[in-house]
Design a protein around this ligand. Structure first.
Ligand SMILES: Cc1ncc(C[n+]2csc(CCOP(=O)(O)OP(=O)(O)O)c2C)c(N)n1
Ligand SMILES: [Mg+2]
Length: 368
């Protein structure tokens, strides 16, 4: 009896029925699309650009990790490595003036939405030339001009802001869609459920997307949440989808279809994109919650390697052409490190700039 009760304690997601109910995967990747780029309306140049974007995100972070380990800058550093197909496929699928907002694993999103390597690296170093003037750091990349609204540290805290962007777009009748990204760790936060409820009620043009990378810090998704994540929106009558996030074409195809429908109907969607992060949660993570074998297994589905194979197989470019792209990016990232190191920290007065509170209030405080 006691044993039975223990077994019934929870039914984890990812449980494989054919495996005596044992969990065999951190995150089960659905099959990628079989469509080729031309079937999806993508040109050869688009494909090369997608490759370049993903490679930039990867090399930028690998170099950032190295600089962090050398003690060149401090604070948090959450790497997006492994998840680049999600940001890239999405940005290619959306219109340039559609709004994007995400949590703290945000470097890839910033880079693909127009933050330069220089501005990104300088932000990590806390320098005034950074994309958030050196006052945000790793978790607060943003590029408002390009409709990328950041970078937020509180799990689930930005989701109502995503709903607010969608509300503003609907109110202004500007035809924009908002894509609000979050981690699997956010799916049981009240803020998500409050936002889903109001979004469905108000028919907001929003896509709420969970980047399910299998883990929330050191806790596997199957340990903290029950049932399938993409089914979360059923209670709100909201449409949903789940698809592979290690293949950029799959992300592109699905996000484009969903964004078109959201724009047409002005009704929200809830989406689970399954992916995997290769590095620890942040830089100080001994990763005892997973095995090296598990990591290697997922690395076999690497989005950049997959894209490279596709480009060569389809003869879109030769290996030497890709090497040239890689070299150019390598240089761009090295120059970004130099740029960050040679930039100045924000001036003391910058503490009083970009604040919401009235100026006089701050002058009082400054003199106190
Ligand atoms: C409200 C809140 N609770 C706890 C934390 C501490 N915390 C930071 S990241 C994280 C895990 C989030 O995991 P997930 O949403 O899956 O994102 P991922 O790191 O996988 O991108 C937690 C619990 C926080 N930042 N905010
Ligand atoms: Mg996660």
């Amino acid at each position: 009896m006691a044993k039975k009760q223990k077994e019934a304690f929870f039914t984890p997601i990812g449980t494989d029925e054919s495996n005596n109910g044992k969990i065999d995967k951190a995150v089960k990747l659905p099959k990628p699309t079989k469509k080729k780029h031309k079937d999806l309306g993508l040109s050869d140049d688009d494909v090369l650009e997608m490759y370049e974007q993903m490679y930039l995100q990867r090399r930028f972070e690998e170099r950032a990790m190295q600089m962090y380990q050398k003690g060149k800058f401090g604070g948090f550093l959450h790497l997006y490595i492994g998840q680049e197909a999600v940001s890239t496929g999405t940005v290619f699928a959306l219109n340039d003036d559609d709004d994007i907002i995400t949590a703290y694993r945000d470097h890839g999103w910033g880079l693909v939405r127009g933050v330069s390597a220089n501005e990104g690296m300088a932000e990590l170093y806390g320098k005034a030339t950074g994309c958030s003037k050196g006052k945000g750091g790793s978790m607060h990349f943003a590029n408002v001009e390009n409709h990328f609204w950041g970078g937020y540290g509180i799990v689930g805290g930005h989701i109502p802001i995503g709903g607010g962007l969608a509300f503003a777009n609907k109110y202004q009748e500007n035809d924009r869609v908002t894509a609000c990204f979050m981690g699997d760790g956010a799916v049981d936060q009240g803020a998500l459920h409050e936002t889903l409820n109001m979004s469905q009620l108000w028919k907001l043009p929003a896509i709420y997307v969970v980047e399910n990378n299998g883990y929330s810090m050191g806790t596997a998704a199957y340990r903290h949440t029950v049932n399938e994540i993409h089914e979360r929106s059923k209670g709100y009558g909201m449409k949903s989808a789940v698809f592979n996030g290690m293949d950029v074409f799959t992300v592109y195809e699905n996000m484009k279809k969903i964004a078109d429908e959201v724009r047409e109907d002005s009704m929200p969607w809830f989406v689970e994109i399954r992916t995997y992060r290769y590095r620890g949660h942040s830089m100080s993570d001994p990763q005892k919650y997973r095995t090296k074998e598990e990591l290697k297994e997922y690395q076999k589905t690497d989005p950049i390697e997959r894209m490279k194979t596709y480009i060569l197989d389809e003869k879109i470019a030769a290996e030497k052409d890709l090497d040239k792209i890689n070299d150019r990016i390598e240089e761009e990232v090295l120059e970004a490190v130099e740029f960050a190191e040679n930039s100045d920290f924000p001036a003391d007065e910058a503490l009083w700039e970009d604040m919401f509170a009235d100026e006089p209030h701050f002058h009082d405080r400054k003199e106190a």
